[in-house]
Design a protein around this ligand. Sequence first.
Ligand SMILES: [Zn+2]
Length: 264
Amino acid sequence: MKIKFPHYFLIILAIVFNFSCSKESSVIEDAVIVEDDTITLESVYKDILTPAYYLTSTDISFKNEVNQFVNTVQNIQFGHPLEGLNSIIPSFVIKGNYGSTKGTGTSIQYHPAVDIHVGNYQKNVSLYAAHDGYISTARDVDKYRQYVAITKNIEDNTGQLIGRLVTIYAHLDLDAPESLFQEGDYVSKGTLISKHLYAETVGGPHLHFEVRYYRATDIGNETFYGGNVAGLTQPSAGDWLYGYWNTTVGYGFGNPKNHDLFLY
Ligand SMILES: [Zn+2]
């Protein structure tokens, strides 16, 4: 005897089969087991400056911590710091590339940021948040002059804090009469955060735009450029140039291009 299935039965069968397959594949994804001696996600670095301390480290858990963070944080796409939601980007030139050197002898420093000069040394320049986060700093310090920092907590897919992304907008003039925000305020990508660059900055008014990566447990340790020359007179972040945080310093520098922002 020939059994005939009605069409709707086949459709139900197909839906059930399809559902069980997609469910199975998501279970497999969730169940990826990372062995303690396995370095994960290393392939994501090909376009990113990677410091020697990372490459030579034999501390697998350190490498995995960095890898997990970078793999997550680089999904955050930056807006242009000169571009608001209803504005166009003014003409600008870059005079300090990411990773370039400044100074000579024992005062040589590596510039872990990008210097953006607008127009003809313009100082009335509107600056915008490159990503969402909260205003973690708006104050005056040596070298940076006045600056604003925006911090975003980075979590893994279970909601656990695995690090922090910080962008720094330095050489500003925050003494201007308008008060745009206070520390702790939330800003979204494209929010106006400052209208004035500091007029007296060496080399002319410009935005020093810096990206930092902090370990989850370590934030607020503000120092200026990193250097690798013994006897540095400037505050230094330690014995490294730029790139991810190392095992002894709580933060490292990142390149804006990690976040799809190509400034030059
Ligand atoms: Zn700079």
